[in-house]
Design a binder for this molecule. Structure first.
Ligand SMILES: [Zn+2]
Length: 398
């Protein structure tokens, strides 16, 4: 939905080798011990013993039992938990009952699910209380006024998520131009006014392609680029077409995805050459998907479509692919892998490290390389991080 990625210079430095460093499994990824009740094993149990009247309930210190027919026998079968339970190590085993225990424990949600829940909670809190990002809106005369207002408000709301981390008044300016599919002449002049006479015009009037978007009356899409404005200030210029017949609400996936780019470039003076090719779009895709309730399964399916052997890849295989991305970025952007594989990589990064730490890495990259920034704030090297990411990807697709 955007071509911000095209403005990023992706370094092609080849890895000189993978350090044989064992990366400990992230704490958050270790399976949580399941809470089990010791009572089944420790308290007197009538489970499995013969009973007489089907349906009869008997409450004991070991729990509640119901008289049930199993095969030709009538036996007491557990139907409820004992009055008190404690959490014990998951190595406790039950050997004293002859029928399968019916006590069920609720498995803790997986780390990716907990991450999504956390991000949504943060979104709800910050969209209410967060500071507004200062966006310089430019609107074309043909725009439907109420649709334009609705769109600007949606972007303002989505952007409040990120102002938790920086002062909007100190950030790089964001110029956000809203127009319709009928505004070619207005657009052409506006680009020159904003970006200078040498600016690229990404609207091809012959094909009616606008960045990546095919324009029509129902379009809602755009592109952006990050460059030095004529006044010498690094500026993010975004252009968004709202078709004259577009009647839906602003697409929440587009709004939240692009708002991540606002955040990224509000805080960046240009990313270093060694930043991973999935960094920019992977982050935007993950947050855009989570905040618009797009299923994680969609990213997984797209990876499987693009990387046919994803399910059988070992961690070593994934490391090789990440290494290949560095040496040959076209492999990374093939099929838009940097979006959806990048999204799963960012899922790992946010399970492993806080959002705050990632913000520090972003800011740090204004004055240093990706390698130095993650070494300082994530206490890891690109090679170690690749290994940890690869281990995660192998577990996702196994
Ligand atoms: Zn994007």
């Amino acid at each position: 939905m955007c071509i911000v990625c095209q403005t990023i210079s992706v370094g092609a430095a080849a890895l000189t080798g993978i350090l044989p460093v064992a990366v400990p499994e992230p704490e958050a990824l270790k399976p949580l011990p399941a809470a089990v009740s010791p009572s089944a094993a420790q308290a007197a149990s009538i489970g499995g013993m013969t009973c007489k009247k089907i349906g009869q309930i008997r409450n004991t210190s070991a729990g509640s039992f119901r008289c049930t027919t199993i095969g030709k026998r009538r036996i007491w079968q557990r139907s409820g938990a004992p009055a008190t339970t404690t959490t014990v190590a998951p190595t406790t085993t039950t050997t004293s009952t002859t029928v399968a225990p019916t006590t069920t424990t609720t498995a803790a949600p997986p780390p990716w699910q907990r991450l999504r829940t956390l991000l949504i909670q943060q979104f709800e809190a910050r969209s209410e209380s967060g500071r507004d990002l200062s966006i310089q809106f430019q609107t074309s005369p043909n725009l439907n006024e109420s649709k334009a207002t609705e769109t600007m408000n949606a972007y303002k709301k989505a952007s409040r998520y990120w102002t938790n981390y920086f002062s909007p008044t100190n950030a790089n300016p964001l110029v956000w131009t809203l127009l319709t599919e009928k505004d070619y002449d207005w657009y052409y002049a506006k680009v020159i006014e904003l970006e200078g006479s040498s600016a690229n015009h990404s609207w091809n009037p012959t094909t009616n392609v606008f960045g990546h978007c095919g324009l029509n009356t129902e379009a809602f899409c755009g592109y952006g680029n990050f460059k030095t404005a004529p006044n010498g200030t690094k500026t993010l210029f975004q252009y968004n077409v709202i078709g004259t017949m577009y009647s839906k609400s602003p697409d929440p996936n587009v709004v939240n995805h692009e708002s991540v780019h606002f955040y990224q470039f509000a805080n960046s003076n240009g990313l270093p050459g060694d930043v991973p090719c999935w960094y920019v779009e992977g982050q935007a895709t993950l947050y855009g998907n989570v905040f618009s309730s797009v299923s994680r399964e969609l990213d997984i399916r797209r990876v499987r479509t693009s990387i046919n052997d994803a399910n059988s890849r070992t961690a070593e295989d994934w490391i090789q692919l990440l290494e290949q991305f560095r040496a040959n970025p076209s492999e990374c952007v093939r099929d838009n892998r940097h979006y959806f594989l990048g999204s799963l990589i960012w899922e790992f990064l946010l399970i492993q490290y806080s959002e705050e730490l990632h913000h520090r890495v972003l800011v740090e990259m204004n004055s240093t390389s990706w390698a130095s920034a993650i070494e300082r704030h994530l206490k890891t090297t690109p090679q170690q991080l690749d290994r940890a990411i690869a281990t995660y990807l192998a577990s996702v697709f196994s």
